[in-house]
Design a protein around this ligand. Structure first.
Ligand code: NAD
Ligand code: DAU
Length: 361
């Protein structure tokens, strides 16, 4: 079997970071299957334009015939599934796309992979892996003093997004138990870093701050997320692919729990020193408390001790070092942000935040 892998959703935030680092390390050819929804962006991959080890295919994971054809043609030893609808707020406005891609799409992908895997030689069947990239949100919401999520925490998804991801995790589990498909699942906490689409909290705040717009904080801003630099997540996925035990789940997190308001204040302080406002005031003056997210989960926290103990992975970046790299990247890539922040993005921002009492078109 050759050194080719298929990556789905590799033009999105985490998928693009994964593909870029994989190819930087010359780990083999990547066949990148991405539908190019509003969140997929080929600009994330421009440095790979002339790289013969990157084969981009625009298509849907629900297109079983296309996936079957790609698998037959490229004979990968692994499929890494990032493709998903990923934004909680969008899932509240319109859950259907989430069910279609995250549930039905994962099902069709699994079916195509099962057929391909079933026809491999015994040796290649053993070497094959299907790695499903999932989220800590499937475990629901924690109270202030609850222990962090482990791999055995019961599923309790609260949003259409997390419910659709939970369904996909269950399908992956079932395909291992029923058919013996060699699966691996990772459940990761909130990522941040380069190429993060500016509908999500950290890039939205950086973008709005520089544009002189309000920095919208849902509710009281005391909800807690566990932040992980995206390259650390990519390293964890590589490690699980390399050494994870088939059929197992690995939680991935940064041991970096922060209330949203602290994250936003940190970003404001960094921007105050790196790119001061023309009027000498702080970006924190732009903070605006807006109507809360429906069903907003209070706290996520990942217990990442299993992956540390069994596979020797731990994050390389602290929140301080990772957020500094991230702010620098956004300041150096304003062209990328401006290209992304047009079209459908403007429509989304205007509709979503006007409903919360902020004009942000
Ligand atoms: P993203 O929204 O930035 O990117 C998703 C990508 O998938 C896009 O390129 C999009 O075009 C593509 N895609 C969507 N539907 C598709 C389909 N039907 N067929 C093929 N491609 C399709 O998402 P992200 O933040 O990079 O997240 C990637 C994965 O990681 C998701 O599965 C998400 O649930 C999971 N995850 C994300 C985070 C996070 O903090 N962002 C944390 C844990 C897990
Ligand atoms: O936990 C992992 C999950 O992290 C991933 O599975 C999701 O794909 C990813 O989008 C992310 O979900 P969150 O909902 O936690 O991320 P988001 O950046 O949308 O919001 C982070 C927190 O900030 C959350 O408590 C909501 C809040 N928030 C968000 C936005 C966009 C605001 O206060 N204001 C905002 O404008």
């Amino acid at each position: 079997m050759n050194k080719t892998i298929v990556v789905t959703g590799g033009a999105g935030f985490i998928g693009a970071n994964f593909v870029l680092t994989w190819l930087n390390q010359s780990l083999g050819t990547v066949v990148n299957l991405d539908k190019l929804t509003y969140a997929g962006n080929l600009e994330n991959l421009t440095t790979l334009e002339h790289n013969p080890h990157h084969i981009f295919v625009q298509g849907d994971i629900s297109d079983q015939a296309l996936v079957a054809q790609l698998l037959a043609e490229h004979q990968p030893y692994a499929v890494v599934n990032f493709a998903a609808e990923s934004h909680v707020d969008r899932s509240i406005h319109g859950p259907e796309d989430f069910i279609q891609t995250n549930v039905v799409g994962t099902f069709h992908l699994l079916e195509a992979v099962r057929a391909y895997w079933g026809n491999l030689s015994a040796e290649n069947q053993q070497a094959f892996r299907f790695l499903h990239v999932s989220t800590d949100e499937v475990y629901g919401s924690l109270g202030k003093n609850d222990a962090a999520f482990t791999e055995t925490t019961a599923y309790a998804p609260n949003s259409p997004y997390s419910a659709s991801k939970a369904a996909s995790d269950h399908l992956v589990r079932a395909y291992h138990h029923t058919y013996g498909l060699p699966t691996l699942t990772t459940n990761c906490s909130n990522n941040y870093g380069p190429y993060h689409f500016p509908e999500k909290l950290i890039p939205l705040v950086i973008h709005n701050a520089l544009a002189g717009k309000p920095l919208p904080i849902y509710g009281n801003g005391l909800q807690v997320r566990d932040w992980l630099f995206v390259e650390d997540h990519c390293a964890a996925i590589r490690r699980v692919l390399e050494a994870g035990k088939v059929g197992e789940v690995y939680n991935v997190g940064g041991w970096n729990e922060k209330p949203n308001i602290d994250v936003v204040r940190t970003l404001c302080r960094m921007l105050d020193s790196k790119k001061p406002r023309a009027d000498g005031k702080s970006y924190a003056d732009q903070i605006a408390f807006v109507q809360d997210r429906l069903g907003h989960d209070q706290r996520y926290a990942i217990d990442a001790s299993k992956i540390a103990r069994d596979l020797g992975w731990k994050p390389q970046e602290t929140f301080e070092s990772g957020i500094e790299k991230t702010v620098n990247w956004y300041l150096e890539h304003q062209g990328w942000v401006n290209n992304v922040a047009s079209g459908d993005y403007r429509h989304w921002v205007s509709k979503h935040y006007t409903e919360r009492g902020e004009e942000m078109a």
